[in-house]
Design a protein around this ligand. Sequence first.
Ligand code: BES
Ligand code: MN
Ligand code: ZN
Length: 505
Amino acid sequence: MDLSVHTGSLAELATPALVVSVFYDETRTVGPVAAVDRAMGGFLRELLDSGEITGKEGEVTVLHTRGAIAADRIAVVGLGKRATFDLVRARKAAAAAATELLKRKVPAFHSVVHGRGVLGEAPDVLAEATVEGTLLGAYSFDRYKSHAIAEDKERRKATLESFGLVDGARGGARALREGLRRGGLLAEATNYARDLGNAPGNEITPAALADAATTLAREVGLEVEVLGPAEMAERGMGALLAVARGSAQEPRLIVLRHRGGGRQAPYALVGKAITFDSGGISIKPAQNMEEMKFDKCGGCAVLGAMRGVARLELPLNVVGVVPSAENLPSATAYKPGDILTASSGKTIEVVNTDAEGRLILADALTYACGLQPRAIIDFATLTGACVVALGKHCSGVLGNDQGLIDDLVDAGERTGDRAWQLPLWPVYTEQIRSDYADIKNSGGREGGAITAAAFLEAFVDGVPWAHFDIAGTAWRTRPAAEGAVGATGVGVRLILEYLRAQAET
Ligand code: BES
Ligand code: MN
Ligand code: ZN
């Protein structure tokens, strides 16, 4: 994929398609594209005046220019109202334009920098958002589509081959090029996480995920260490091992290290990677069970974030810790009533084998605490209860350090990975008290997202920690402006935004 920056006259740029943008409440003017409109004899103005182009969020109008300007087509994308316009909407507009052009099999195009001269953001930040949105919108997962079905082939998006930013003002090229580079890296890290998340359970087993992480490490320059069952047994990781016992697939604990911060304490990122969650002996209903291939998306977010951390060469130490197992019922599976000993020494009564995520995270969090990190941030498709509480428009976030949570929520706000805090009061811990062990792995239906976090908290020892429940946000079943059906890559850009801010302070 080819990315470039052009400055100079928009009307003179030869390209298969030129993307320009307009606001909803200011359609009388065509702003920075006035020159293009003039060259087109007022054609855009006419469509705006007639109301055929409204500038509504997500609206994309593609017109053939028939030689009026150097571009073959012009795509006009709506930015919504100026008053509510922000970086998230700039990305969405870019994504909507990319989706529409690729559906029309236009694999190469250029775009103005959305919000340039309007938002108080620096040009490189706006360029970054435009590129990021474009590449996120261009994403598709069609590795498993053979060419057997013709309609499918027609409906499918073309692959983006080349994208450029255009800017009327000469002189800003350096900032735009920097934004282009960063936006490209951020989107690539997110799309990498999406690809892993979308891959089915028969392809991505825990061992295959560890292989992917090893390849990633070699490719971008990270240190990698992979623990198998023997190393886990040595470390007493009885919770992670128990979950894996029902499957013929061995578990893995993947550890990736980026060393960019000298002798400073690292940030630890932890991600749940259940490559398929059947529920185990406490088996799930068949309806939608196929979606449980996405139960690895927390781990995929951590791998994607580590890719971004390396590529951005952040001046920080960051460790990614990804416990991975498959949760199946079998003659060797762990059972309700079993009592496990985790690597921290705490004993856990299993009351539901479908509450497996918190078990593998218990050992991963203990491992992360051993690194004496500045903070631990974990991502997990942990509870259906979180989806009931918040729906699919934001993740749940809980933790033991309000400053950390505030910074993370902020980063989510800026990137569009929105998160909403739930309380983690000590009173919730009563629900996971066990009669037979130190703690039990389910607190029942009431406040399920919170009692799950309370369970995790029991394995975080004196470290600032935040937990994201991404059960509702890790994948989507209907297409949206921001991306196709399937894994969303939620968390990747939030983490990278947060860590970039940390690197600057
Ligand atoms: N992976 C699921 C959570 C989940 C459910 C994510 C639906 C996305 C959509 C998790 O392992 C699980 O099964 N949690 C149980 C916990 C319960 C047994 C305490 C749940 O949410 O029902
Ligand atoms: Mn489960
Ligand atoms: Zn699960």
